[in-house]
Design a protein around this ligand. Structure first.
Ligand code: MLT
Length: 327
């Protein structure tokens, strides 16, 4: 009996010690795109907020860009499953499952799902050099000049690529634009501002300040309805309103840990994430960028995973219709 009590006490102590042991070193948020872009921004705002809710946490952001986000995702799938290496990624987690014939990880099997972060509309943009000011002008201009123009995106499977693919398919251009892949829409935005590329579809988190500053032209938003309450984006039409029937694309971000991360660590991370999603300062910062912080069941690991599984099925239909794949 005495031995049993000792064992039980030992186990309790070990569990307590384990719980206290996380984090035992800096936590790294891996962003699978270049610094200065939309995913980087969300990850940095979240790191700053989550730090408040995980005692003794030092959270750093690492950019592991390339191949539309799949390089960074593979890095996290292979990392030690101890909660210190986490992936902050967006809709690409689901889109790449339909776009890539071969992926270096299995989206639904090689990760623990921590929870979803936000939903982010996109904006269709052009360089200030384009001879068009409204969506109607822009579409007419593209119909005539599309073959001569460049569309920037952040690699096959990125949100900007998916949006460009869907939009070009929906408007049925005779001549597709030449696509130019960047390591993220942070650097792509610099070239759009400089006029080295002509068109981009990007998340409002990256575009709002550039539109407000007049550095790029915005033509439309990708939500079903216009963002009528947003101070900067309220006057832009939705692509549906402009006649692209059923066009709707909203980007979401989520957090992932390597498969096998212990349940108590996942709980610590999810608790801190949920507290961050209710943090007034975080909500305000996201709101200013046009992003909507998640408040529903997708905040839970189960809800998040179910949503991604549904999105994989939904996006595969869209990608198959466009008929373009990555090798
Ligand atoms: C980024 O952070 O650069 C983006 O999320 C890229 C994209 O997916 O379009």
């Amino acid at each position: 009996m005495k031995k049993l009590v000792t064992l039980a006490l030992g186990a309790t102590f070990a569990l307590g010690a384990f719980a206290q042991a996380f984090p035992s070193k800096p936590i790294t948020f891996v962003v699978p795109f270049a610094a200065g872009g939309p995913t980087d921004l969300v990850a940095r705002q979240l790191a700053e907020t989550m730090r408040k809710y995980i005692p003794n946490a030092n959270i750093v952001v690492e950019n592991a860009a390339g191949a539309g986000g799949t390089i960074g995702a593979a890095k996290v799938a292979r990392a030690a499953p101890d909660g210190h290496t986490l992936l902050v990624w967006h809709i690409g987690m689901a889109a790449t499952a339909g776009l890539y014939r071969k992926l270096p990880y299995k989206p639904l099997e090689d990760f623990e799902y921590v929870g979803m972060i936000n939903d982010v509309p996109m904006t269709l943009l052009g360089s200030n050099k384009l001879n068009a000011n409204t969506y109607r002008d822009f579409e007419a201009y593209i119909r005539t000049n599309g073959g001569k123009l460049n569309l920037a995106h952040a690699g096959l499977g990125s949100a900007s690529h998916l949006c460009g693919l869907m939009w070009q398919h929906a408007v049925k251009l005779d001549k597709s634009m030449t696509t130019i892949a960047y390591r993220g829409t942070g650097p792509a935005m610099n070239d759009l501002i400089g006029g080295q590329v002509d068109v981009m579809c990007d998340q409002t988190t990256n575009t709002t300040s550039q539109i407000e500053g007049g550095r790029v032209k915005a033509f439309a938003v990708t939500t079903a309805k216009p963002l009528s309450k947003h101070p900067v984006l309220k006057d832009y039409p939705s692509l549906q309103e402009m006649g692209l029937k059923g066009f709707e694309l909203t980007i979401w971000h989520g957090m992932y840990a390597p498969k096998g991360t212990p349940a108590p660590v996942l709980k610590t991370l999810n608790d801190a994430l949920v507290k961050s999603l209710k943090d007034a300062d975080f909500i305000k910062k996201q709101d200013e960028l046009g992003a909507i912080v998640v408040t529903d069941g997708r905040m839970t690991p189960e809800g998040h995973k179910k949503y991604v599984a549904d999105q994989i099925t939904k996006l595969k239909t869209v990608i198959d219709a466009a008929g373009q794949y990555a090798d």
